[in-house]
Design a protein around this ligand. Structure first.
Ligand code: AMP
Length: 224
């Protein structure tokens, strides 16, 4: 399975891509996670990406495309793309690269959320710097405030999850990434998924779309 999950920051792409990866045994390729890893490791790419990320701006296309096409080549069982492509140019280059590899995308899903929900979700997001577990101060708090349930590490807020940067990221999304939805809609079916609701309900709708691709039987709660 080769799928793309589109959506604004905070739409739930990370959460749902993780579930998709587990359910169908495919790689979860998150451009944001890969960039954060590169930064943590202090690589050349990480250093180049740093300033853009902290400002809520997009990292230049050439850097991203090289990074993601490499990741795709290393995912033989299939993948779900999270946060990529984020510009029409990235989508075009991805299409060309896939044609050259004689493959293509099987399905594109677009998670639709309102801006108010995005800001609330992102500014309340906290994560564990050690294991990557993600929490929300209101909707999914850890058992002990500000501490990871799994390993006791103090939780942190991503520097680009503050309200000021979130507003910037949303503005960047509308200007540069929403046209990617139209790019795909002009070429194929894009499945709109209402994603304001709770994650289990949204996941069940996503699985209904993807199950036939994986040859899974229909199930109401998405637990085939
Ligand atoms: P994310 O975790 O997907 O919200 O990404 C965090 C940040 O990484 C974004 O605000 C961008 O600065 C950068 N980034 C992630 N994916 C891309 C992409 N496809 N193109 C350009 N920049 C990206």
């Amino acid at each position: 399975m080769r799928a793309v999950l589109l959506g604004a920051p905070g739409a739930g792409k990370g959460t749902h891509c993780k579930r998709i990866a587990e359910r169908y045994g495919v790689a979860h390729l998150s451009s944001g996670d890969i960039l954060r890893r590169e930064r943590a490791e202090g690589t050349e790419l990480g250093k180049k990406a740093q300033g853009y990320m902290d400002a809520g701006a997009l990292v230049p296309d050439d850097l991203i495309v090289e990074m993601m096409t490499k990741a795709i080549q290393q995912a033989p069982t299939g993948y779900v793309l999270d946060g990529f492509p984020r510009t029409v140019n990235q989508a075009e280059v991805l299409d060309k690269a896939l044609v050259a590899q004689k493959t293509g995308i099987d399905m594109v899903l677009d998670l639709r959320v309102s801006d108010g929900v995005v800001v609330e979700r992102i500014t309340g997001r906290r994560s564990c710097p050690k294991c990557g577990c993600v929490y929300h101060v209101k909707n999914m708090p850890p058992k002990v405030a500000d501490v990871c349930d799994r390993d006791g590490t103090p939780l942190v807020q991503r520097p680009d999850d503050t309200e000021k940067v979130v507003r910037n990221r949303l503005e960047t999304y509308y200007r540069q990434t929403e046209p990617v939805v139209d790019y795909y809609k002009a070429r194929r079916t894009v499945h709109d998924i209402e994603a304001d609701g709770d994650p289990d309900t949204v996941a069940a709708v996503i699985f209904q779309k993807l199950d036939p691709l994986a040859g899974k039987k229909k199930s109401r709660r998405g637990k085939a």
